[in-house]
Design a protein around this ligand. Sequence first.
Ligand SMILES: Cc1cc2nc3c(=O)[nH]c(=O)nc-3n(C[C@H](O)[C@H](O)[C@H](O)COP(=O)(O)OP(=O)(O)OC[C@H]3O[C@@H](n4cnc5c(N)ncnc54)[C@H](O)[C@@H]3O)c2cc1C
Length: 456
Amino acid sequence: MPADRKRVDVSVLGAGAAGLAAARDLSQAGLRVTVIEARPRIGGRILTRHDPRSPVPLELGAEFVHGEAPETLSVAQAAGLTVIELPATRELATAGHFSQLGDLWGDVQRMNKELARRVAKRGKDFPVSEYLESARLPPLRRKLLRGFVEGFYAARPERLSAKSLGEEAASDGGGEPSAGERDETQFRILNGGDALMQWLRDGLDPERAEVRLSTVAHAIRWKRGQVAVVCRGGDGAAGESTVHARAVVIALPAAVLKAGALGFEPALPAKQRALAGIETGHVLKIVLRFRHAFWENPEFLKERRGNSNADTGRLNFLHAPGAEIPTWWTSLPVRAPLLTGWVGGVTAETLLAEEPASRLERGLVALSDVMAVPRRELEENLDDWASHDWRADPFARGAYSYIGVGGSDAPRALGRPVEGTLFFAGEATDGEQIGTVAGALGSGRRAARELLRATS
Ligand SMILES: Cc1cc2nc3c(=O)[nH]c(=O)nc-3n(C[C@H](O)[C@H](O)[C@H](O)COP(=O)(O)OP(=O)(O)OC[C@H]3O[C@@H](n4cnc5c(N)ncnc54)[C@H](O)[C@@H]3O)c2cc1C
């Protein structure tokens, strides 16, 4: 077949949230699209495990919709999925005692506003660690804020840009945090995040679009209006193939691009500079399924809460600053025998360097401390567990991105199209919602719009 007959309009690299959102819009605009995906599945860092013994799916990657994110909630609604709102309860665990956690979101917003003020005063960016070390804060609040920075942003505070957090505060509207801002609403998709991905995939026109799984893109040869994507089979399959297109949407994780896994001919030095401003966060997320949900037992909670917190309701989020795995949550509002442990930043990096069995052991020891339940009891009650090592995964190379010191323009620079031919998407290209599914979906749709404008 002559090369030109095989040529498609667009090749999309990566079938995660960003790539699928872009491919769907491009396909629905009538373009011929070939999606190249390295793994044998779609979804990228959305990895849902359906377990017949669990009433809720286990999410080993993304799980929450943070706030009223229209990018995600509109897809969930269009796909007819069930979205459930989480209760706002957060408790602090200290030496086996649970008390209501103060206004964590309010504290975070106050920190971000203070960071914005300090950046404006200094006239330049600085690491968030400087603030965490020097600010006059009560010891517990300092610990909780550090835990938040390491947990929520999965960041090393000494690398995280103060300016980027300050800009988040500015986009929240400045001033004292409002009641709505104080307790950030969170949602889960009850069907599982994979259903969101499948709906995007199902929207590709079968006549014009193709998804090639287990196909690893490793080089792009390009000039204006022409792209050759050189691929090899995943899972060690031999042989190369080339996809020819008029344009390409690159929707790969920033950490994969940073590692040089995709070569460009000619090279793109401006993208290398942008990538230098983006950091990769690491996370250990461990999901434990027990035979019975001991934390649902009213006696268990009464013993730990005492009388003053007796009517806090069911256990939802538990924070134990100082524990090796400091954040735990249940599956509320659904009652299931599941507990998820979470740690980000340097501790996650250390734990990820260990063998999986040792990660489980550390998880049980941490949980035993946090819940004040003997480790042996936890082990006897444990039915199964699951975790995915995103750092060792060659197609992720980490959990999600955050903005490095001096890098607040980096997401925009990374996302900027090149010569109407190379388009960039992925969570790392969305400065405002970096590190989220909403950011990834929005970036894919933005890249599709840019491409349609440039090629029409
Ligand atoms: C443990 C964990 C928890 C998270 N929790 C949340 C959460 O609660 N809420 C939230 O909003 N976000 C969360 N996130 C972040 C969220 O998962 C990501 O921001 C989002 O899924 C990224 O989508 P993406 O399309 O940009 O990238 P990806 O989903 O990574 O998609 C990129 C795709 O490219 C493919 N690929 C890589 N290399 C190649 C190659 N060479 N050739 C072809 N294909 C390639 C990958 O296989 C992948 O499918 C979490 C992430 C992790 C890891």
